[in-house]
Design a protein around this ligand. Structure first.
Ligand SMILES: [Zn+2]
Length: 156
């Protein structure tokens, strides 16, 4: 970094620092706009152009939150991640997250019988998985999966 001055920052330097912040913020906004354009500029489900969010089609392969990283990551890496994503408006995104939580991670085992609250209780239960399974009326494998985060990963 250049321009470090003592004993105090002259107004001219402060202005440079401020501009740098503005520059970074603008770059983030630019990148976000660019990412949204790359993904087609509208919701993948209802074609809305309002309050768009970037969604990972498969949360299991998500390696980072793309908008959090858009600030500093090199563009090539962003593009790789982008291929795993789609655009959803906030309403469709909420819907999808709801579905992910109850079917994608729950339907493959008996834990779909469970509510989100049950899952939270199971995670905190320190008894053996068999004892917990009996109480909730599911197999002990389901309990193990929940405890090991293999199912209901979104129920955190
Ligand atoms: Zn939508």
């Amino acid at each position: 970094m250049t321009g470090v001055r003592f004993p105090y920052d002259p107004p001219s330097l402060r202005r440079v620092m401020f501009d740098r912040k503005t520059y970074q913020k603008n770059r983030y906004e630019e990148r976000k706009k660019w990412l949204i354009e790359m993904l087609g500029g509208k919701c993948n489900k209802c074609n809305s152009c309002n309050s768009l969010e970037i969604d990972h089609k498969d949360p299991k392969i998500k390696s980072f939150n793309i908008l959090c990283m858009a600030r500093g990551m090199v563009l090539e890496k962003l593009v790789v991640e982008l291929k795993k994503c789609q655009l959803l408006c906030s309403a469709c995104h909420k819907n999808k997250t709801k579905i992910d939580g109850s079917t994608l991670y729950g339907e493959t085992c008996a834990s779909s019988k469970l509510s989100l609250n049950d899952v939270k209780k199971i995670r905190c239960d320190i008894r053996s998985s068999r004892a917990v399974a009996k109480e909730f009326g599911v197999s002990h494998v389901s309990i193990l999966n929940i405890k090991n985060n293999k199912s209901w990963r979104r129920a955190e």
